[in-house]
Write a protein that binds this ligand. Structure first.
Ligand code: SAH
Length: 244
């Protein structure tokens, strides 16, 4: 009897995977993406200090339909662990880096978060799964508009997106519990430090354009002092400035 129940259970489980895949053809690639992220997290644990990512972050990555954020025709590559072009010379970041940067912010459900570099809006959607409010700024106007429309269409009503130069942050909405920059900066923008709450974290790639950038985690303590930790060598498109 026990065996029959086990067999029945296994058949049911197999059946539900088939049904899940019929409903969402991207369920299997998304699971494979999560496995790759978990493996890369283990491999980089001595640099990042994290052997696993939080279950909340993994659940958020499992929920956001990454294939809806890539250009049409590119959906089949959406869950590969690599950046993809999104137009205007920009890219959607590699899933592992999105996962790691999100994890490094240690977000709580009530947090208010700022992202610089909306791109296609994927990272903003991941943040929106984990925090109360997300503010995101994109310097390329058409990308900002497309991302805002996409996020609204997917029901991410807790994301506010605008175009502009994120180097100056979003002073009207400051302070933030967490700030993430998804373009490579030459130096840490002072406005972002100012707009961080005491106890807050800023995750930002810093270094020369196109090469030799380092992912930094900057923590502000209760007295307003900051401490910086280098996490990983990375490569991001540059943080550009508008001419004001
Ligand atoms: N987070 C994005 C990744 C985008 S790549 C995603 O999930 O798709 C980095 C983005 O930063 C690009 O779209 C680029 O146009 C934008 N960017 C560069 N400099 C910027 C600035 N000063 N302010 C705001 N966005 C900027």
């Amino acid at each position: 009897m026990h065996r029959i129940i086990t067999l029945f259970g296994a058949l049911l489980a197999a059946g539900s995977i088939v049904i899940a895949e019929a409903q969402d053809p991207y369920a299997a690639p998304r699971k494979a993406m999560l496995e790759t992220i978990a493996a890369l997290t283990r491999e980089t644990r001595f640099e990042t200090g994290r052997a696993t990512l939080s279950e909340r972050v993994m659940a958020a990555l499992d929920k956001v339909p990454r294939h809806r954020f890539v250009p049409s025709g590119e959906e089949r590559y959406a869950y590969d662990n690599r950046p993809l072009p999104i137009g205007h010379g920009q890219t959607i970041s590699q899933p592992f880096i999105v996962a790691l940067m999100t994890d490094l912010l240690d977000l709580k459900a009530g947090d208010k978060v700022l992202e610089i570099g909306t791109g296609c809006g994927y990272q903003a959607a991941v943040l929106a799964e984990l925090a109360r409010e997300v503010y995101t700024i994109e310097i390329v106007v058409p990308l900002a508009k497309e991302a805002a429309a996409r996020l609204a269409a997917l029901g991410y009503h807790n994301v506010s997106a605008r175009s502009g130069d994120g180097y100056r942050g979003w002073p009207e909405q400051a302070p933030f519990d967490a700030i993430m920059v998804t373009a490579g900066a030459r130096e840490v923008p002072p406005a972002l430090i100012q707009q961080l709450k005491p106890g807050g974290k800023l995750v930002i790639p810093v270094g020369p354009q196109w090469s030799g950038q380092e992912l930094l985690v900057i923590e502000k303590d209760a007295s307003g002092k900051t401490a910086t930790r280098k996490v990983l060598a990375v490569r991001f498109v540059p943080l550009t400035r508008d001419r004001q």
